[in-house]
Design a protein around this ligand. Structure first.
Ligand SMILES: *Cc1c(COP(=O)(O)O)cnc(C)c1O
Length: 494
């Protein structure tokens, strides 16, 4: 059986169900699998399989304490008609002689890629609670840079024996993202804006998780905390499936031969999505390079280039807000895979104390073998949106545009002709104002008017969850100090 243990070496080895319930390890490390399972079928045999079939295989291989029936139940309930397209994660081939392949991960309910994992996490978690005879209610605590929050709310709303609490930075999310969250229905949903940025929210949540006395107090009320952020292994593993699926699709339609390596470009914030791509490679998907794309908060670009992680720098609020992050949580998992728990623990200690660390020569060399990195500022992001729309009629959101821009620079600089998948992480309508600006539309007052003018101009259908959003009833009004987060958690759980 695959077991899950902390990246920092402390605590027990758990089965997947227990790791999903716990969210984060006792020593504040993240759970990683004792091994990355190999694909159960050959690359040739992958071709023709549906999204659901591949998801069952991938998730079932990692979470091998779940029975086949349990995995089937989770997958079939998660990836169903709540997705706007039957393929769940379709690909768009864009460009002439040297095309790239946009893996569209945003056809779920909240129009961003977080739906890919958060549609299934509630099923994985409630199944785990049954398996482990967990009697407490699980309170999901989530910090969001905009998209996780809504996807988690949508996934957990009215799920029995769970409460979902979301903190978002008041000035750090788009108008659409904010409206999506503060209008959330469901008797177990709690949403708070905090004064501060995403890192403040994430740090606050991590501090609450680290507070053992608070955990005991909550326990006596009948609650246990868990996480829907990508620190939860139950979010990471489902994301591996779409990289396996997209490779299978490219082979199926003859864009590549089974066995041919591809590149994968991922616009990155907390490093979860790109780490899922890395796990797909470790399972057996041939990957040449992972291209890690950042916005002006380019802490990861600098890290991959120099081996020095330095979060001591100005924080930029950008037009790709879901990547406005300086402390990239899931990098810890990669470091542990490339070194060991002891070394990882020392890096994280240094990050906590000095906001920086430098990895060993060995880790630097390992990183360089697989990863390249780059960043796009806001202007380049908008130029890319305009360029791809003008040349190909394809509309990208700002995050995807960061990925495209970094990929294009990489391909031009290196001449690398490897077929490349670009993770397309949000619907362009989620960041309507910036996207409209990118394709040269007139100035409007609100994101909501932009949605209409974008739709009129491009004919791209507006995702169902974003239609009529501005007229929905506001249900969550609180704006609080980051220092008050714990108190609000306590008061939300009755
Ligand atoms: C969350 C998010 C990202 C970053 O994903 P990570 O897994 O945190 O690297 C990129 N784009 C969008 C639209 C997102 O919501």
């Amino acid at each position: 059986m695959i077991t899950y243990s902390s990246t920092r070496g402390g605590g027990d080895k758990l089965n997947a169900a227990k790791a999903v319930i716990k969210g984060i390890a006792d020593d504040k490390g993240l759970f990683i699998p004792s091994e990355i399972p190999k694909l159960k079928v050959s690359l040739e045999e992958l071709a023709g399989k549906s999204y659901q079939e591949i998801a069952k295989m991938v998730i079932g291989s990692f979470f091998d304490d779940y029975s086949e029936e349990e995995i089937n139940y989770c997958v079939e309930h998660a990836y169903d008609s709540k997705f706007a397209v039957e393929e769940i994660a379709p690909m768009a081939k864009v460009g002439g002689s040297n095309p790239c392949y946009f893996l569209e991960l945003y056809h779920g309910k909240t129009a961003a890629f977080k739906d890919m994992a958060l549609s299934i996490l509630p099923y994985l978690l409630t199944t785990a609670m049954k398996k482990e005879k967990e009697e407490a209610q699980i309170a999901i605590l989530t910090a969001t840079s905009g998209d996780t929050g809504k996807a988690a709310l949508e996934g957990f709303a009215d799920v029995p024996n769970t409460q979902i609490i979301v903190f978002f930075p008041d000035d750090g999310v788009s108008e659409v993202q904010k409206m999506q969250m503060i209008t959330q229905e469901g008797s177990n949903t709690h949403v708070f804006a905090i004064k501060g940025n995403f890192d403040d929210a994430q740090t606050g949540v991590k501090q609450i998780f680290a507070d053992n006395d608070f955990a005991e107090d909550l326990n006596s009320k009948g609650f246990k905390l868990s996480s829907a952020n990508s620190i939860n292994i139950g979010r990471l593993v489902p994301q591996v499936a779409y990289y396996v699926y997209s490779y299978a699709k490219l082979a199926e339609v003859g864009e590549i031969k089974a066995g041919e390596p591809i590149n994968i470009t991922v616009p990155t914030g907390n490093f979860g999505n790109i780490l899922a791509a890395y796990y797909a490679r470790e399972m057996g998907i041939p990957v040449n390079k992972f291209i890690c794309a950042s916005n002006e908060n380019k802490v990861l670009t600098d890290f991959i280039e120099t081996g020095k992680y330095d979060a001591k720098r100005d924080f930029h609020v950008t037009n790709s807000p879901s990547m406005d992050i300086l402390i990239s949580s899931n990098l810890e998992r990669l470091l542990c895979h490339l070194s060991n728990p002891e070394e990882t623990k020392s890096y994280m200690k240094s990050l906590d104390r000095e906001k920086k660390y430098e990895v060993s020569e060995n880790v630097k060399a390992e990183l360089k073998k697989s990863f390249v990195a780059g960043f796009a500022d806001q202007e380049k992001t908008l130029l890319s949106i305009g360029e791809v729309y003008d040349q190909n009629g394809y509309l990208m959101d700002t995050h995807t545009a960061v990925g495209y821009s970094v990929y294009k620079e990489y391909a031009e600089k290196t001449g690398d002709k490897t077929k490349t998948i670009i993770a397309s992480t949000a619907s362009p309508y989620k960041f309507a104002a910036a996207v409209a600006q990118g394709i040269g539309l007139d100035q409007e007052i609100t994101d909501f008017i932009y949605i209409q003018s974008l739709a009129d101009e491009t004919g791209v259908p507006v995702p169902e969850g974003l239609r009529n959003l501005e007229s929905k009833k506001i249900r969550h009004n609180d704006v609080i100090a980051a220092s008050a987060m714990k108190e609000y958690v306590w008061n939300s759980l009755k």
